[in-house]
Ligand binder design. Structure first.
Ligand SMILES: [Zn+2]
Length: 412
């Protein structure tokens, strides 16, 4: 069949860009790799790797440097390494009771991070944006060598419309249809794109790429604090749903005879496994927040019966919901974050017992339940990954001599 020459050229350029993306993504996620390791991880041929790494070296994007000899015979293979500190993103987080900012380099190194407490109260968009801009400026002042970020990622406790960064609903902030992305872009004035996403979705992304679920393609992440959020990765991709509101597993109806939920429904999973349910079971003050939960977990560690029993009952409800998710999604790893990771040793036996009792044998045999490994910063690190995504998807736009945040398109 005849194919016009121009079309062949376009196709080979598309393939080249996709291959460069695969190489930069592996280096970003795994750190320095030899050419042989790049062949193994990307599935590209040795000659393709040689040519593409040459392009990346010429574009001042990676360097090749001699590796240490590790007792193996022959010449050591040079390591291909990203010129990491030349490209940074700004990551921001609006959590239930804190605000955070980080400057993260390509490859995932955190150059600067700061988290400040925020009262658990409704906040105006203007106040939050002012506070975040103040934190971002302080980050910049602390690092004189700071580059203009190529992107800004924002994690927020709420339902987010990814297409325009509007927070459709943020119950903890008292927000409905708030254009967070547009306001932050104007206030930060960095000339860099601002991407906003739900904090649990970004926590899942971070644990999937750099934490407890690394190497798994199918992951369920459940994060418990005052609310219960979740993120689901299916076949290596985040599950988003039609509007981007998917993965709200805290609002799965689980107990129709249960308590009213903040969302207006009754008996959501959150009403059985969230902070308030846990504190109520142990007879602790319901408005005690994170401190009361920490006290409860400390009491469980000392063997105080009410605390131990409250965590066991919560673990059973957690296991009941997870058994359903195991049957629907057949995940490899379930990651428990927030209070569930802090209370992990006191919950996990009951969680596993319910999964064993209720989930299909074939699916439950392959799944393991692990505590989150990135702690409170998982959503913030996920926000950085979100901000890097355009570069990872098509690094060609950033190749060549870089000037500030302005991408230079190299036409092949
Ligand atoms: Zn609900």
């Amino acid at each position: 069949m005849f194919t016009p020459r121009e079309e062949v050229g376009q196709r080979s350029e598309t393939v080249r860009r996709a291959n460069l993306s695969a190489i930069v993504r592996e280096l970003h996620l795994r750190g320095p790799l030899s050419r042989s390791e790049l062949v193994a991880w990307t599935g590209l041929t040795r000659s393709a790797i040689r040519s593409l790494v040459g392009d990346l070296v010429a574009g001042d994007f990676v360097v090749e440097e001699a590796a240490l000899r590790l007792g193996t015979p022959g010449r050591p293979s040079p390591q291909v390494r990203l010129v990491a500190d030349s490209v940074v993103v700004l990551a921001l987080e609006i959590a239930v009771d804190s605000l955070a900012v980080a400057i993260v380099g390509l490859g995932g190194e955190v150059h600067w991070k700061e988290r400040v407490d925020r009262p658990r109260a409704h906040s105006s968009l203007g106040d939050i944006v002012d506070d975040l801009c103040h934190l971002a400026k302080r980050a910049r002042d602390q690092r004189p060598s700071y580059q203009t970020p190529i992107g800004v990622g924002v994690a927020v406790a709420g339902l987010v419309r990814p297409i325009d960064g509007v927070v459709a609903a943020g119950p903890n902030l008292g927000w409905i249809d708030v254009p967070l992305g547009a306001h932050l872009a104007a206030a930060l004035d960095l000339g860099a794109p601002v991407e906003v996403a739900n904090e649990a979705d970004l926590g899942a992304l971070a644990e999937f790429r750099r934490g407890a679920a690394r190497g798994a393609e199918d992951v369920v992440y459940v994060h418990g604090e005052v609310g219960v959020g979740g993120g689901i990765i299916v076949g290596g991709r985040p599950l988003s749903g039609t509007n981007g509101f998917g993965g709200e597993i805290g609002h799965m109806p689980i107990n129709p005879a249960g308590r009213p939920c903040r969302c207006g429904s009754t008996g959501c999973w959150e009403t059985e496994i969230g902070e308030v349910a846990l504190l109520a079971r142990a007879g602790y003050p319901l408005d005690g927040g994170r401190m009361a939960v920490a006290a409860l977990i400390a009491d469980a560690a000392e063997g105080r019966p009410e605390a131990v029993e409250a965590l066991r009952v919560t673990g059973r409800w957690l296991g009941v919901g997870l058994a359903g998710l195991v049957n629907v999604l057949n995940p490899r790893v379930i990651v428990l974050g927030g209070l569930f990771s802090r209370a992990f040793p006191y919950l996990i036996d009951d969680v596993n017992a319910e999964i064993s009792a209720l989930a299909l044998v074939a699916s439950r045999r392959v799944v393991s339940v692990a505590p989150a490994s990135l702690g409170i910063d998982a959503p913030l690190l996920g926000a950085a990954e979100l901000a890097f995504e355009p570069l990872l998807a098509d690094p060609v736009a950033w190749l060549g001599p870089r000037t500030g945040a302005v991408p230079q398109l190299v036409v092949a």
